[in-house]
Design a protein around this ligand. Structure first.
Ligand SMILES: [Zn+2]
Length: 713
């Protein structure tokens, strides 16, 4: 094996944060093989400089080699051998001070290796080879993706070219695999054969689902160890599943892989199912928030293949205003950017290049040298990562994710600064930094996670849960149990569909609902039959729609029942609110304002009205907070289309409670403020209170107000 070649001076062997820890601006060029003979690397450099990117991702190898390879079964066109597009790109970029990260993909083989190496390929339960787009799929557990092929390709590229790392495409499974390597590894782990049939009531199937995440991690960790051996300055990224992406197939689980890559990258666009992309404007920020919780040492990367929502192959053809809106969410939620253009630029790229440039500029401003900014959050929303896998069955979208989407939208709309963590985050994170936790039908929890919830509430935290949260134990999530009922203050029985699919919640006399000014709230879907325990109060009860026989047109109020829909209790020094129905999912599927108001009121009650941020901004504006050593950044992302900029008579006002910010500005004697767009902003530190008041005349698409502590008291 040849030695690792000497790399560009100044990039290797340096102490301090890795270059990818903050401020990453990656531009990806997707070359097609038809473009090989007219790839213009000088134009590539020029476009990269125009966009303000500092790193490019270009085709490297795996399925096809984009250089004259010597690795067996690594398919290279004659043009790739003659022209060496990867090598020419690396030389041109090096001269311009731009990093090059080759894209690699070992998910298939295009060079006919099947006859010689049948064990490299993924198989179904009957032993047939899985294929994708006409090419045989390989298995992450096979030697192909590890020592016998992938390692050779990585070593060949890194030893020949002065690159800055690798980006792995399609790193996980493409389907359930029954190849000899998976069979052997599963048997070694569980002393059993892989179940032939997908049966969610079969414990060995559930074990297989979890084992696949482990198998992918073993594979990715191997690739990372090879890459690290080739140079400590090499980045390693790969596409994780984001919220809503089917976990069962790829098994690229962000929790399992949280330390397997240099930084966590999620793809949005095609990765997000149509209903989410169509209905929620907030899916980019959601993806960033979900992975941001895993690492404080590096910022996440958002891969915005937005156009793939509509097309089969990357083409940045969304409207620039929509693309900018997605970019602003990534910036507001602490992510770096990896944005794609075509290989040989065409008019579609020219169309969106200004939006891409604006995004990189915002990242550069947000991230001066130093560690990543950390989010400032008053509330943590738990995303149902394990729940989607173990309780979601074949409908993770309906049973798990949709509850999360509704809760997410409700928090954005209510301008609550919040972080996202998964179930295991309840154990691994310091929960005392949050005033409240929101668990939207997070059905599967471990005993340890339930214990963490109890301690959090007993110590004074607020808790908002819904539906079957915590009813299933992660050791055997097939049947519900009484788990968590004691903390929630209800005895939960069967899950019942609401008669006729619709009904209402009757608002009872309770402090939680006192400010709502409504008698009934919409209620649809399912309700868990819940009996309040002693000390539990009922804030909303179920009211059944009357059957008027189809002949009467007169109004009759819904029939009152005793079934509890929303209960409250105190537990130790904390407060618990529980929705027996699918309140968060209902807000997602039927975004009625009264549903949002009730969800917001539940959180306020759980927090005993404590809030770190209040504002008169419209619900269509997302507000996030980020802290660094001496500044607090307040980001505003406006979901309205340009021209609909939010403006009220007196402007947009934000009141921050500095005691709850956990930021350097909490103790600063004086504050100065600046905005990215340069618009005027007034800041008032209200004497004798903990309030900081910001006032902006308007919020266009994106705004950042930066508060700097000029001197600590
Ligand atoms: Zn396999």
């Amino acid at each position: 094996m040849p030695d690792v070649r000497e790399r560009t001076p100044g990039r290797s062997g340096q102490a301090g944060p890795a270059w990818w820890s903050t401020g990453v601006r990656m531009l990806q060029f997707n070359w097609s093989r038809e473009e090989l003979d007219h790839l213009d690397v000088d134009q590539l450099v020029m476009v990269t400089q125009r966009a303000g990117a500092d790193t490019v991702v270009v085709n490297g190898g795996g399925i096809y080699a984009w250089y004259p390879t010597d690795v067996s079964y690594h398919y290279a066109d004659s043009q790739a051998r003659e022209l060496d597009p990867l090598g020419r790109c690396v030389e041109a970029c090096k001269a311009a001070g731009i990093r090059v990260v080759p894209r690699i993909d070992f998910s298939r083989n295009a060079a006919g290796a099947l006859d010689d190496h049948p064990d490299w390929f993924a198989r179904d339960a009957e032993g047939r080879v899985h294929s994708f787009q006409g090419t045989a799929s390989t298995c992450p557990s096979s030697p192909y993706r590890n020592t016998e092929y992938a390692e050779l390709v990585l070593r060949e590229i890194a030893t020949r070219y002065d690159i800055a790392g690798f980006h792995l495409n399609a790193g996980g499974f493409r389907n359930y695999c029954y190849c000899v390597h998976c069979q052997a590894a599963f048997a070694a782990a569980h002393d059993a054969a892989i179940p032939a049939v997908r049966d969610w009531d079969d414990l060995s199937w559930l074990r297989f689902v979890e084992w696949r995440k482990h198998a992918v991690r073993v594979h990715i960790d191997f690739l990372h160890s090879v890459i690290r051996s080739l140079g400590s300055e090499l980045v390693f990224t790969g596409e994780l599943m984001g919220p809503g992406r089917p976990a069962q197939l790829s098994a690229m689980c962000p929790r399992a892989l949280s330390h397997s890559f240099s930084t966590l990258l999620t793809t949005t666009g095609e990765a997000v199912p149509r209903p989410l992309a169509d209905r929620s404007p907030w899916w980019v920020g959601m993806s960033a928030k979900c992975v941001r919780g895993y690492r404080s040492d590096v910022q996440p990367l958002m891969n915005l293949k937005a156009s793939m929502r509509e097309e089969g192959w990357p083409r940045v053809a969304v409207e620039p205003a929509e693309y900018r809106f997605q970019i602003w969410q990534a910036v507001a939620n602490g992510a770096g950017l990896k944005l794609p253009v075509l290989g040989a630029l065409d008019p579609a790229d020219e169309h969106t290049l200004p939006a891409i440039a604006a995004g990189y500029a915002a990242v550069a401003v947000r991230d001066p040298a130093g560690p990543p900014r950390r989010p400032v959050a008053d509330v943590a929303l738990v995303w149902p990562l394990a729940t989607a896998s173990l309780y979601g069955r074949d409908d993770a979208e309906g049973r798990a994710w949709s509850h999360f989407y509704g809760a997410y939208e409700g928090l954005v709309r209510a301008h609550v600064p919040f972080a996202v963590l998964d179930e295991q985050g309840l154990v691994e994170e310091d929960l005392s930094q949050y005033g409240a936790l929101v668990l939207p039908n997070v059905a599967v929890l471990s005993a340890e996670q339930r214990g963490a919830l109890e301690r959090f509430v007993a110590a004074g935290g607020g808790l908002v849960t819904s539906f079957e949260t915590g009813r299933y134990d992660s050791d055997d999530p097939r049947k519900p149990g009484p788990f968590l009922d004691a903390l929630l203050g209800v005895h939960r029985g069967h899950s019942l569909p609401v008669d006729g699919g619709t009904g209402y919640g009757r608002v009872e006399d309770h402090a939680l609902t006192s400010g709502l000014g409504i008698e009934f709230v919409p209620q649809r879907g399912e309700v868990v039959d819940s009996t309040p325990a002693a000390g539990t109060a009922v804030a909303v009860t179920f009211a059944e729609s009357r059957d008027l026989g189809g002949s009467s047109e007169r109004y009759e109020p819904p029939l009152h029942t005793d079934r509890a829909l929303l209960t409250t209790r105190t537990f130790g020094a904390g407060r618990v609110v529980h929705f027996a129905g699918v309140a968060h999912r209902l807000y997602w599927t039927h975004p009625h304002e009264t549903s949002a108001d009730l969800i917001a009121a539940a959180l306020r009650w759980a927090r005993a009205d404590a809030r770190c941020l209040q504002t008169n901004a419209a619900p269509s504006v997302e507000i996030t907070l980020e802290s660094s050593a001496d500044t607090l950044a307040v980001h505003f992302v406006n979901a309205n289309r340009p021209g609909d900029a939010v403006a009220t008579g007196s402007g947009v006002e934000v009141v921050l409670d500095r005691r709850r910010l956990r930021s350097p500005v909490s103790t600063a004697g004086r504050l100065s403020a600046s905005t990215v767009s340069g618009g005027p902003v007034t800041v008032t530190v209200v004497p004798d209170t903990s309030e900081i008041r910001l006032c902006l005349p308007r919020i266009a698409e994106f705004e950042t107000v930066r508060l700097r502590a000029d001197g600590a008291t």
